[in-house]
Design a protein around this ligand. Structure first.
Ligand SMILES: Cc1cc2nc3c(=O)[nH]c(=O)nc-3n(C[C@H](O)[C@H](O)[C@H](O)COP(=O)(O)OP(=O)(O)OC[C@H]3O[C@@H](n4cnc5c(N)ncnc54)[C@H](O)[C@@H]3O)c2cc1C
Length: 349
C-alpha cells in the first residue's frame, strides 16, 4: 500500500479490509482442523509426561498444524526433537528478561500475542498448578471462554468437544465453546502416554519484550511434605467431626509413630485453615490409594469418596451410623472421633 498516510485511502476505509500490516480478523467459524496450540511446561529442560500426552492428543484432534509453546531462557535444544516426535509441527520457544521466573500474567500476555499471530482454533493447556493460574488470564485477554479441568476431548474436525465432570461428578458434561479460540485445561493423565520418538520441525524463537509486573526477591522451598500424601502407605484423615484443632496435632503424633503414615483431611478441615489444601483428599484435592485409610469424623461426601474409596482398607470412625463413609468402610467404629484418636495415640507408642 504505497502512498497511504494512515487511514485515508480506499483500503483503509473499506471495513472488510484491514490496514496494511494488520493480520486478518478472527473468524468465529475456524474449524479445529485449522490448527491447535498447546502450551506445555518444561521443568529443568524435561518435558513432563502429561505434556507429551497433550501434544500427542492435539495431533489426533486436528488435520492442521499443532503449535506447541514452551517458555524458558535456558538452552532446550535437546528437548526439541521429542516435542516434534509427539506431533508438534511448529514449536514456539518464548524467551526474554521477564521469562526468567514464572509469572502467570507474563505467560498469559506472551501467549495472547502468539495466539493473535497464529490464530489457532483451540488452545490446550494442562490443568496443573501453573496451567490453572495462567489459563483464565489468557482467556480474559483473548476475550474468550475457558473450559477448565477437562477429562476428555474429541473433535469431528470442525468442532472441539470438551468432556468434564459436572454437578459434583454425578454426570459428565459435553461442552462446545462459542468463544474463539476455544481454551481448555486438561487434567493430567487424561490421554495415554505416547511413545518417545524423535522428529524434526520448525522452531520459532519468540522474544517476549514486556516486563514482569512482579519481581521475585527470594524463593523459599516448600517444607510441607504433605504434597506427597499420595505416597503414604497409611493415611489418618481428619474431618469436621473432630472437635478441636488439637486433634490434628494428635493425628500428626500418631502418624509419626506408624511407618509410612501421614495425615490428610476433608475439605471442611482445609477450609477451616487447620491443614493446608495440599492435604485435602477428594475430587478437588488429591486422589489417594493407601494400604490403610482411617477417617476420623468424615461423613463420606461423594466428593471425598472420589479421592479415597480405592484405598485397600478403610476404617471409619463416625458416631452417625447412616454416614455414607460407613458404606465403603471395612471397619466402622461408631464412637467419638476425638476420643478414639486420643486412645489410639496412647496405645501406639
Ligand atoms: C465442587 C465441590 C468439590 C468438593 N471437593 C471436595 C474434596 O475434594 N474433598 C472433600 O473432602 N470435600 C469436598 N467437597 C465438600 C464436600 O461436599 C463436603 O462438604 C466435605 O467433604 C465434608 O467434610 P466432612 O466430612 O469433614 O464434614 P461433614 O460433612 O460436616 O461431616 C462430619 C461428620 O462427622 C460426624 N461426626 C460429628 N460429630 C462426631 C463425633 N463427635 N465423632 C465422630 N464423628 C462425628 C458426623 O456424623 C458427620 O458425618 C467438595 C464440594 C464441592 C461442591
Amino acid at each position: 500500500m504505497s502512498g497511504c498516510e494512515g487511514g485515508n485511502c480506499q483500503t483503509c476505509q473499506d471495513s472488510d479490509r484491514l490496514p496494511p500490516g494488520m493480520l486478518e480478523r478472527y473468524s468465529l467459524d475456524v474449524p479445529v482442523s485449522s490448527g491447535i496450540m498447546v502450551v506445555v511446561p518444561v521443568n529443568a529442560s524435561e518435558l513432563p509426561d502429561y505434556a507429551a500426552e497433550l501434544i500427542s492428543a492435539a495431533s489426533g484432534l486436528t488435520d492442521g498444524r499443532v503449535y506447541t509453546v514452551i517458555f524458558g531462557n535456558q538452552d532446550m535444544k535437546e528437548l526439541y526433537p521429542y516435542i516434534f516426535g509427539y506431533g508438534t509441527d511448529t514449536l514456539y520457544h518464548v524467551r526474554g528478561k521477564a521469562i526468567g521466573s514464572y509469572t502467570p500474567e507474563v505467560w498469559a500476555d506472551a501467549l495472547s500475542q502468539i495466539s493473535e499471530r497464529i490464530k489457532p482454533a483451540a488452545i490446550l493447556i494442562p490443568s496443573d498448578k501453573t496451567g490453572r493460574e495462567f489459563a483464565p488470564r489468557l482467556a480474559a485477554r483473548l476475550k474468550s471462554g475457558l473450559t477448565a479441568d477437562c477429562t476428555g476431548l474429541s473433535s469431528d474436525g470442525s468442532v472441539l468437544r470438551m468432556i468434564r465432570p459436572a454437578f459434583s461428578g454425578t454426570l459428565m458434561a459435553e461442552i462446545e465453546c462459542s468463544g474463539f479460540p476455544q481454551i481448555v485445561t486438561v487434567r493430567p493423565g487424561t490421554f495415554p502416554r505416547p511413545e518417545k520418538r524423535r522428529a524434526s520441525g520448525t522452531v520459532i524463537y519468540w522474544p517476549y519484550e514486556g516486563d514482569s509486573c512482579k519481581e521475585i526477591t527470594a524463593e523459599t522451598p516448600k517444607t510441607d511434605a504433605a504434597s506427597d500424601i499420595r505416597e503414604a502407605k497409611v493415611l489418618i484423615a481428619i474431618g469436621a467431626g473432630v472437635r478441636s484443632r488439637s486433634s490434628v496435632d494428635d493425628a500428626e503424633k500418631l502418624a509419626s509413630r506408624i511407618p509410612g503414615a501421614m495425615v490428610c483431611c476433608s475439605r471442611a478441615i482445609a477450609e477451616r485453615g487447620w491443614m493446608p489444601a495440599s492435604r485435602q483428599v477428594g475430587m478437588s484435592g488429591a486422589a489417594v490409594k493407601p494400604e490403610l485409610y482411617i477417617a476420623f469424623g468424615i461423613s463420606g461426601s461423594v466428593q471425598h469418596l472420589a479421592g479415597m474409596s480405592s484405598s485397600a482398607r478403610i476404617i471409619a470412625v463416625n458416631t452417625d451410623p447412616s454416614a455414607p463413609i460407613h458404606s465403603c468402610a471395612d471397619l466402622s467404629i461408631l464412637s467419638d472421633a476425638t476420643q478414639t484418636l486420643k486412645e489410639l495415640l496412647e496405645r501406639v507408642s
